[in-house]
Design a binder for this molecule. Structure first.
Ligand code: SF4
Length: 194
């Protein structure tokens, strides 16, 4: 191994420190340049809300980013025990439920004999449905039935089948069941059961 004098050792050390300092300076400059050129994160400054995807009965956890009152991103919630951060394409695109220009925002009706759907108001749609339910209930409600030769009070509505939606949550499903039972509907189910 070549010998190095004390003087040369000091020179070599000083040069190494200077080179290291220069390298650091270049690194800092490169980082700064990269920072200036880098695009800001789409989610920068966005608020985070947690939720559940209700497209299907799996119930994946969602991290929803909201900016200026608009949903800008839906990601899987990493801590959620069901999906552990993953989402299928339906959950991933959930923001389109509120943002899409194709979103239907009013009821449509296709009148008897018509070949096209027409927009109607919510009031008209609700009145139409309520009147139809009342009409069918009055026509098909069964108060008593003969079971094993004995007339028994049954109070059931045979003329309506009701199908709940995978888009409703637990509380809404509870209300849906109560509403059906209050009417006497006994033929009802939920999308998740199918
Ligand atoms: S992300 Fe996909 S799998 Fe998960 S609940 Fe939504 S639709 Fe179902």
């Amino acid at each position: 191994m070549p010998k190095i004098s004390r003087r040369n050792f000091m020179k070599f050390t000083a040069a190494s420190v200077a080179a290291a300092a220069l390298a650091d300076k270049e690194t800092v400059q490169a980082t700064t340049l990269a920072g200036e050129k880098a695009f800001p994160l789409m989610t920068a400054g966005a608020a985070t809300a947690l939720g559940l995807c209700h497209f299907c009965s799996v119930g994946c956890g969602l991290e929803v980013k909201v900016k200026d009152g608009k949903i800008i991103s839906t990601e899987g919630l990493p801590d959620h025990p069901i999906n552990e951060g993953a989402l299928c394409p339906k959950g991933r695109s959930m923001k389109e439920l509120t943002n899409s220009e194709e979103r239907l925002t009013h009821p449509l009706v296709r009148k008897p004999g018509s070949d096209k759907w027409e927009p109607i108001s919510w009031e008209e749609a609700l009145d139409t449905i309520a009147n139809k339910v009342k009409e069918v209930r009055e026509d098909t409600f069964v108060e008593t039935d003969n079971i094993d030769g004995e007339d028994v009070t049954v109070n059931r509505l045979d003329g309506i089948f009701s199908l709940g939606s995978a888009e409703i949550d637990n509380e809404e499903a509870y209300l849906y069941t109560k509403f059906n039972r209050a009417l006497g509907v006994h033929n009802y189910s939920h999308q998740a059961e199918i």
